[in-house]
Design a protein around this ligand. Structure first.
Ligand code: COA
Length: 328
């Protein structure tokens, strides 16, 4: 099996900042309620750019930082729950925009675990020798599927994209351990958004369909607090590491109280979790790569650092990746 490492990251979020007090002009809410219940202060909301545009901007940044030619990319995988279109995939649109003519391209639907799943897919394609260089992206324009009249959901989410370039490595192994799982049986309704209903000339009844996100906040909260420690324990166990070996945990940025509770269960300080939720809200599949790229740009990551990415979300889906950082 080949070794795999991350050689560059990139991210992009729309310019338009929407604060908690901006939202209080749309729904009956206030900064105090949102901040104390979630940790979110503001989020970015697109004024027109769709998921493929955000993805492309994040991808170009990652390509520049990795110092590669787009023609070297063998595979583009986009994790998204809010693609531009059913057909073509966001990945195919990105391929055309960045000039990755030699790549195979597809999207995957794993909600907020989308980036962890995409990273896993990219890693497996390199490990088995089918690909040498892979672009993985997590990107969302959740603002187009949010019910802007529902204060219990619209205050939580934001738009953004993050990307990473994975490459086959001769000697070093950067992706040390991966754990993923799904549970479509228990909790599929905790977080949901319908696609189009069945409609054709041979049936008369057509279901009503609003294509908006619905959520059972308390259920998804409980799920998050339990599944984060489980995923982290699993990747540590696979690699025979302890939590003390880990410099940072980069979690899906959903809610600060979920992180505090997970930290308590793991018996660690919340500071080990890198958070930028206050600035971006919950950007679903984009939240982990947005945070990872921010950490790289801030100079927080050094060669040899061990970090864990951990995601969870609708599906239910969940997963973690233990990474040894290989960029100087
Ligand atoms: N502003 C003000 N009040 C609000 C509000 C808002 N934006 N949203 C809900 N409320 C009100 C409710 O109407 C309710 O009022 P009531 O007691 O008069 O009925 C009250 O606040 C408490 O609502 P509740 O739903 O019990 O709050 P909560 O403590 O469970 O917090 C969430 C709600 C959504 C913040 C919390 O459940 C959560 O974060 N869940 C996880 C969500 C998540 O992370 N989803 C994505 C996962 S990938």
């Amino acid at each position: 099996m080949n070794n795999v490492k991350i050689i560059g990251t990139g991210s992009y979020a729309p310019d338009r900042i929407v604060t908690n007090s901006d939202l209080s002009e749309i729904v009956d809410t206030n900064d105090e309620w949102i901040s104390s219940r979630t940790g979110i202060k503001e989020r970015r909301i697109t004024t027109g750019e769709d998921t493929s545009v955000l993805s492309t901007k994040a991808a170009l940044e990652a390509i520049k930082n990795a110092n590669i030619d787009p023609l070297e990319i063998d595979l583009v995988v986009v994790g998204t729950a809010s693609p531009d279109k059913f057909i073509p995939s966001t990945a195919c649109i990105v391929q055309a925009e960045i000039g990755a003519e030699n790549a195979t391209c597809f999207d995957i639907a794993a909600a907020c675990s989308g980036f962890v799943y995409a990273l896993n897919i990219g890693t497996q394609f390199i490990k088995t020798g089918q690909c040498k260089t892979v672009l993985v992206i997590g990107a969302e324009v959740l603002s187009k599927i949010i019910d802007w009249s529902d204060r219990s959901t619209c205050v939580l989410f934001g738009d953004g994209a993050g990307a990473a370039i994975l490459q086959r490595s001769q000697d070093e192994n950067g992706i040390l351990s991966i754990y993923t799982g799904s549970d479509g049986r228990n909790g599929a309704e905790f977080l949901a958004c319908s696609a189009v209903p069945v409609r054709n000339p041979f049936i008369t009844a057509v279901e009503k369909n609003d294509n908006i996100v619905t959520m059972s906040g308390k259920d998804i909260f409980r799920f998050g607090t339990k599944i984060i420690p489980k995923c982290i324990d699993q990747v540590l166990e696979n690699q025979d590491c302890t939590i003390e070996d880990i410099k940072y945990i980069v979690p899906h940025q959903a809610n600060m109280r979920i992180i505090d509770s997970a930290a308590k269960r793991l018996e660690i300080h919340s500071d080990k979790f890198y958070m930028n939720l206050d600035k971006y809200g919950n950007t679903s599949a984009a939240s982990i790569p947005l945070a990872l790229d921010e950490m790289a740009r801030k100079g927080l990551l050094h060669r040899g650092d061990k970090i864990i990415l951990v995601g969870f979300g609708g599906g239910l889906t969940f997963g973690a990746v233990l990474i040894e950082w290989m960029i100087d």
